[in-house]
Design a protein around this ligand. Sequence first.
Ligand SMILES: Nc1ncnc2c1ncn2[C@@H]1O[C@H](COP(=O)(O)OP(=O)(O)OP(=O)(O)O)[C@@H](O)[C@H]1O
Ligand SMILES: [Mg+2]
Length: 257
Amino acid sequence: MINNFSLNSSINAVVDSIERTSTGVEGLDDLLNGGYPKGCIVLVSGTPGTGKTIICFQFLYAGLKSGGKALYLSSDEPIQNLLQEAEKFNIPLKQYRDNDQLKLLYLDPSNGDIYEDIKREISNTEYSRIVIDSLSPLAETPIWMVNNGQEIVPSADSVNTVSYPIESIQAKRMHLRRLIGDLKNIPATVLLTSEIPEGSRSLSRDSVSEFLADGIILLDLDTTMDRRKLTIRKMRKTKHTLKPQNIEITENGIKII
Ligand SMILES: Nc1ncnc2c1ncn2[C@@H]1O[C@H](COP(=O)(O)OP(=O)(O)OP(=O)(O)O)[C@@H](O)[C@H]1O
Ligand SMILES: [Mg+2]
């Protein structure tokens, strides 16, 4: 007969056999049986200023320190600002960029070839960690449909050649599904950030990526109590707490307290 103890042990044995990638956040690996499942896609969601970019810095730094290669695609901040910001948390991204371990690239959401650009960058299988910060401007890029059902992002050239625009949730879903599908086909572990509008109950601005991602880390502010919170809302292949954790932003980034 299997008692509760042996059942729990066998569940833990399965969970523990999953290869994990360190989050770089003090205290978070312990809550995730060692880290994010290797090769998974994690959505980091939160209202503005909740620490999404900082958590990305820490994730990249953990990999870079152990010799891995990483890619940071930013659609929010110019690269110079990011390098300066990371420096404030004692994360020397510039040093890793200079020794070619880290590639940082600014994605201009108004660029019609943005999805092609991303696809080209992520096709380099040398990266063990990839960050797209943030998904929101990309998800909001209007999609144009041509008659044969193919979607394209509008550009100056395409305006005269396409038939009709579609900005429906279905079109957004196709758009993101394709991007996330491509990310699932590569070996890297991926962090995507999404900005949640203040007061929204959704877990992402696009209301789609939370279903497609393997994991969701929700960052939150309790302004009345002057507290910051981190909640693991979803993490495939992982038994985890749903309880919001108190966090602090220190000179070394975010930590669970
Ligand atoms: N040195 C510091 N010590 C403590 N907290 C800091 C420090 N520097 C910044 N912060 C906090 O971190 C926040 C910025 O974090 P971050 O840039 O990661 O947020 P974000 O969620 O990416 O924001 P956005 O949605 O605007 O991109 C600031 O609003 C501030 O509250
Ligand atoms: Mg940010």
